[in-house]
Design a protein around this ligand. Structure first.
Ligand code: ATP
Length: 325
């Protein structure tokens, strides 16, 4: 049935790769004292990111640990074990982790440049269709790699995608369970209760099956899958092309309700070719089985006709501000 297939997508990575022995795990354990922490780069819902130094410039995400039993150490270690198996141009470099509670931290390379979120929503940079395709191709490449290794991102969004001199770097993958879900109940309650505390533009990345699962007590079992990552990619594609979030300025309850029953953001006012809109509609398919996978998306993006791309009517080249200056 449907549930069975979802489970396949969610298959625990341990079932595909043998669990690492504790010895090799130690190689990734960074003693907290060896880290130098400088200024705070930003504070997310579940951790604070510092610019730091450990054999050079790094980013250190220190998790907000509320109580010992909140973060199951096994889960954290498991996610770290997953994280360290990633080596790809378009993925942030994982360097190690501090795994002694209450100090839990993840050390990665420091991303230069800005996130797509900053480009699109804060600076209002315009991405030409051509440029959007190049960015989307790199995202598909990084995501295709993650999925091939059995890793589901679970939090793909423009805030987690950096643009470094035109190169896409995806961050924050695979750590959702430990950094987000142990706080899940709180999160979902705030979604259900009132609008306060809902990160703007989080909901619009959630596939219908996730929206339907957003009940106060089911948050630990949200049915994330490769297909929910593809749905989230669709939203990133929309942001690149339109410069805003889908369901802009609608209250969370309305978004949850609409998406859960299959309503999509209208594309009527969107200036883009049929091919480009088709990608969006496929990624946003109500039935998860109808969404393409990343290798398929990549080849579709590569086949988009160049001529039309070069002169997108919505973003004349001479008027666009360069998106990576
Ligand atoms: P959320 O908690 O909802 O995911 P967020 O993505 O803003 O929100 P964090 O992932 O904790 O929160 O990131 C906090 C800040 O640190 C963000 O501004 C992010 O861009 C920045 N940041 C995260 N990782 C890196 C990195 N490797 N290099 C540079 N900056 C980073």
């Amino acid at each position: 049935g449907r549930g069975d297939s979802l489970d396949l997508h969610n298959k625990h990575p341990d079932e595909r790769w043998p669990r690492q022995n504790s010895l090799s795990m130690k190689e990734w354990d960074i003693p907290y004292d060896e880290l130098k922490l400088f200024e705070v780069i930003g504070t997310g819902r579940f951790g604070t990111v510092y610019r730091g130094s450990w054999h050079g410039a790094v980013a250190v995400k220190v998790l907000h640990v509320l109580s010992d039993d909140c973060v199951p150490l096994d889960t954290f270690k498991h996610e770290v074990a997953t994280f360290r198996k990633t080596r790809h141009e378009n993925l942030v470099l994982f360097m190690g982790a501090c795994m002694k509670p209450p100090r839990l931290a993840i050390v990665t390379s420091l991303c230069k440049g800005m996130t797509l979120y900053t480009h699109i929503h804060l600076r209002k940079d315009k991405f030409t269709a051509n440029k959007s395709v190049i960015v989307a191709q790199q995202i598909s490449q990084g995501m295709g790699y993650l999925h091939a290794r059995g890793i589901i991102h679970k939090d793909l969004k423009t805030k987690n995608i950096f643009l470094e001199n035109g190169k896409v770097v995806i961050t924050d993958f695979g750590l959702f369970s430990v950094t987000k879900l142990c706080f899940g109940n709180k999160l979902v309650q705030s979604v259900r209760g009132d609008s306060l505390g809902i990160p703007a533009g989080w909901l619009c990345y959630l596939a219908p099956e996730l929206c339907r699962a957003l009940t106060p007590h089911a948050s630990l079992h949200l049915p994330f899958s490769k297909a929910t990552d593809v749905y989230a990619f669709g939203t990133v594609w929309y942001e690149l092309l339109c410069g805003e979030y889908p369901f802009k300025s609608q209250p969370p309850e309305a978004v949850i309700w609409q998406v859960g029953k299959g309503v999509k953001q209208s594309l009527a006012n969107m200036q883009a070719s049929r091919d480009i809109k088709d990608i969006l509609m496929l990624c946003w398919s109500y039935r998860w089985g109808e969404r393409p996978d990343f290798p398929h998306l990549l080849s579709t993006l590569q086949k988009l006709p160049r001529k039309r791309l070069a002169r997108s009517p919505s973003h004349p080249v001479h008027l666009s501000r360069s998106a990576d200056s």
